[in-house]
Design a protein around this ligand. Structure first.
Ligand SMILES: Cc1cc2nc3c(=O)[nH]c(=O)nc-3n(C[C@H](O)[C@H](O)[C@H](O)COP(=O)(O)O)c2cc1C
Length: 216
């Protein structure tokens, strides 16, 4: 395809489905997050729990990837991964991170930033045990983010371990588990007409959430 066939600069959409005002938003950003998350489920958004997780490497470069939100409460947002992965290494060095949800069908974006900690081994064990057996085996197979000689290595290890664990439980690898992001800010973005979008930002100051409006 060349420039004559298609001009990317002409891709443009008007946002006019909904509005977001200070009068309707909850005082508590966790409650507001729950409202929008539940509305995303009701709207049948595909994978509403998929979030882009941004971390920062020791070289100062940001790294971004999708992970799945597996729980949230007033404590924070939890997700699971391989602690030895790039994101795990980034978080070891710098525990500040941000997540982003984009619900395009609802013309909404949610940004959350905060600090990340590992959850307890007991809680990681509990979630690991709830995963399908093949996923539990895959957690042993994949040295996530490391360079491998080819796909065959994954298939070989998977077949080998499937035999090893043909009967009995698959234990959780020690390097696999959950993290919790403890939010320090939330921003709710609702697309509006004429690019005059609504942006409401909550920030935590002295343990109290304050909400301000940002220019779009
Ligand atoms: C829809 C979707 C869901 C994903 N969920 C997870 C997840 O929950 N945990 C995870 O470690 N990786 C998940 N991944 C893979 C990550 O995006 C990424 O490739 C992997 O974690 C390695 O990232 P890293 O090298 O930056 O650590 C998911 C990818 C997609 C596209």
């Amino acid at each position: 395809m060349n420039d004559h066939d298609f001009n990317i600069a002409n891709l443009r959409k008007n946002y006019e489905l909904k509005a977001l005002s200070e009068s309707e938003i909850s005082e508590n950003p966790f409650a507001q997050f729950a409202i929008w998350f539940n509305e995303a489920i009701e709207c049948l958004i595909d994978e509403p729990n998929a979030m882009a997780l941004a971390t920062v490497g020791s070289d100062g470069f940001p790294h971004n990837r999708i992970v799945l939100l597996k729980g949230f409460s007033s404590e924070g947002l939890s997700f699971f991964t391989n602690y030895n992965s790039l994101k795990g290494q980034n978080l070891e060095h710098n525990n500040k991170a941000a997540v982003l949800f984009f619900y395009k069908e609802m013309e909404r974006q949610i940004r959350i930033s905060g600090t990340v900690q590992k959850i307890s081994e007991a809680n990681s064990e509990e979630y690991f045990a709830s995963r399908p057996k093949d996923s539990r085996i895959a957690a042993w197979v994949s040295e996530q983010s490391s360079i491998i000689p080819g796909r065959y290595i994954l298939e070989e290890r998977f077949n080998e371990l499937s035999k090893t664990y043909a009967t009995g439980e698959v234990p959780k690898p020690p390097h696999w588990g959950g993290y919790i992001l403890r939010p320090q800010s939330f921003e709710f973005w609702q697309g509006r007409a004429n690019r005059l979008h609504d942006r409401l930002l909550y920030r935590l100051k002295d343990n109290i959430w304050h909400c301000v409006r940002l220019a779009p």
